[in-house]
Design a protein around this ligand. Structure first.
Ligand code: UD1
Ligand code: CA
Length: 456
């Protein structure tokens, strides 16, 4: 039977107190909905349908993916109504898995187990007896057979029913045809005046369809995000799990409680990461790389044996082997460093290639430049790459020595082996192997006297 996944995401998320729709709030750097979609996609369904709410255009825009079908639920009349709307986009004959857009950590393994339990035309519900059932629908079972007979919402439950510890997580699976029939029969005569999806359970039982249940593996995977505190709690839970996986794989984390991975971090052997580092997007760290405390690395690769020292920011850059970066360095998009390059404190590199063994150890700006091998860039040197309208390139060939506080006005080429005197402003290409100076000659005035204070 083909599988279709319906993600209910029309909720307003009032308790977030935010202008951002709830499912767009971020967990480990990705929208809540994107976590749910990843789990859905791992099951390789024929179709994924997302139900979004009134004013939820932002959600749709955030996910332009071609494999998604969108259904707007104009009025929020309940979960049953939401699913009913979605069925129009579900292929006939499919088995339907219902997920919630605000339950981000649901695991693929659990979903597989649920689908297994629901095979053969059964209705399968994901339940839990973990934590506190408060606020959730309770799973009512027949006293003798222990079969599930219905789900009762807390607001409609009797005190006895409220005492039931088994609760419904909001995830279920059933064949489309049956769901369609049952959903056409549900009513909204209940405490909340809503069409409850959970009412289909009693209808299934009445029809003699077996209601199977699968238990959730842990509380985090069925935890919904209602407010900021749940979001923050799940963030920690996810980061802790990430950290555990890294430790398991042999990465030396100074403190697994103080690392944040908001994307995919791939590490070689003997990688060491100090405290308070943030990794965003795709980050690759080669064998023996060490990252000092308080670094932020986004979409970058650091080759084997390189050291990144404290308070360094690296964004969309490539660092070769055995480099030394920081402390307090900033590599911006398009920085590409060959091996054994040193980039020191308060040095910014952008859209530049820097050849093997070159150094810029202090206070420099290298932008839109091609720097050769074994170049030394002195403290305070900058490339003037911007004329106010256009960007221009600076070329510094191999074995150049750029004295401190030089100003290289692009477009300009410093030929192989050039020396540039400290404090020079260079706006013409230099010849190879010569010392070029461009600064006022130093003079000292003989017989000069310091000014005296005037008497009044
Ligand atoms: C629902 C279940 C409850 C279960 C709980 C698990 C029902 C009636 N109750 O309750 O048994 O224990 O989830 O978290 O289903 N949504 C829509 N359109 C609507 C209403 C809701 O898309 O008209 C979406 C929400 O965005 C959310 C999901 O459906 O993603 C669940 O809705 P919510 O209001 O949180 O349901 P609960 O009352 O918590
Ligand atoms: Ca809820």
């Amino acid at each position: 039977m083909d599988l279709a996944v319906v993600v209910l995401a029309a909720g307003q998320g009032k308790r977030m107190h935010s202008d951002t729709p709830k499912v767009l709030h971020r967990l480990a750097g990705r929208a809540l909905l994107s976590h749910v979609l990843a789990a859905a996609r791992a099951l390789a369904p024929k179709q994924i349908v997302v139900v979004y709410g009134h004013g939820g255009e932002q959600v749709r825009v955030a996910f332009p993916d071609a494999d998604l079908a969108w259904v707007e639920q104009r009025e929020r009349l309940g979960t049953g109504h939401a699913l009913q709307q979605a069925l129009s986009e579900v292929p006939k004959g499919a088995n339907v898995l219902v997920l919630n857009g605000d339950v981000p950590l649901i695991s693929v393994g659990t979903l597989r187990r649920l689908l297994e339990a629901g095979s053969g035309g059964r209705l399968a519900i994901l339940t839990a007896e973990l934590g506190d059932a408060k606020g959730y629908g309770r799973v009512v079972r027949d006293k003798k057979s222990r079969r599930v007979t219905r789900i009762v919402e807390e607001k409609d439950a009797t005190p006895d029913e409220r005492a039931i510890r088994e609760w419904y997580t909001g995830v279920l699976a059933a064949p489309r045809a049956q769901l369609e029939t049952w959903l056409s029969q549900i009513e909204n005569r209940n405490a909340q005046g809503e069409y409850y999806l959970t009412d289909v359970i009693a209808l299934a039982a009445k029809d003699g369809v077996e209601v199977a249940s699968a238990p959730a593996a842990d509380l985090d995977e069925v935890q919904g995000v209602n407010g900021r505190s749940e979001l923050a709690r799940l963030e920690r839970a996810l980061q802790r799990a990430n950290a555990a996986r890294l430790l398991e794989a042999g990465v030396a984390l100074a403190d697994p409680e103080r690392i944040d991975v908001r994307g995919a971090l791939a590490c070689g052997r003997d990688v060491a990461i100090d405290v308070n580092c943030v990794f965003e997007g795709d980050v690759k760290l080669g064998d023996g790389v060490s990252i000092g405390p308080n670094c932020i690395l986004r979409d970058c690769s650091i080759a084997a044996g390189s050291e990144v020292h404290a308070f360094t920011l690296i964004d969309s850059a490539e660092v070769g082997a055995r480099c030394r970066i920081g402390p307090y360095a900033r590599l911006r998009p398009g920085a590409r460093l060959d091996e054994e390059v040193h980039i020191g404190n308060f040095v910014e590199v952008k859209a530049s290639r820097i050849g093997a063994g070159s150094k810029a150890n202090h206070l420099a700006y290298v932008g839109d430049s091609d720097v050769g091998k074994r170049v030394n860039i002195g403290a305070g040197t900058i490339t003037c790459n911007y004329d106010g309208v256009n960007k221009h390139r600076t070329v510094i060939e191999d074995d150049c020595f750029i004295g401190s506080d030089a100003t290289l006005v692009a477009p300009v080429k410093i030929a192989k082996g050039s020396y540039i005197g400290a404090g020079s402003t260079i706006n013409k290409d230099t010849p190879p192997g010569q010392l070029t100076l461009a600064r006022a000659k130093q003079v000292s005035l003989e017989g000069w006297k310091p000014p005296k204070k005037e008497k009044r």
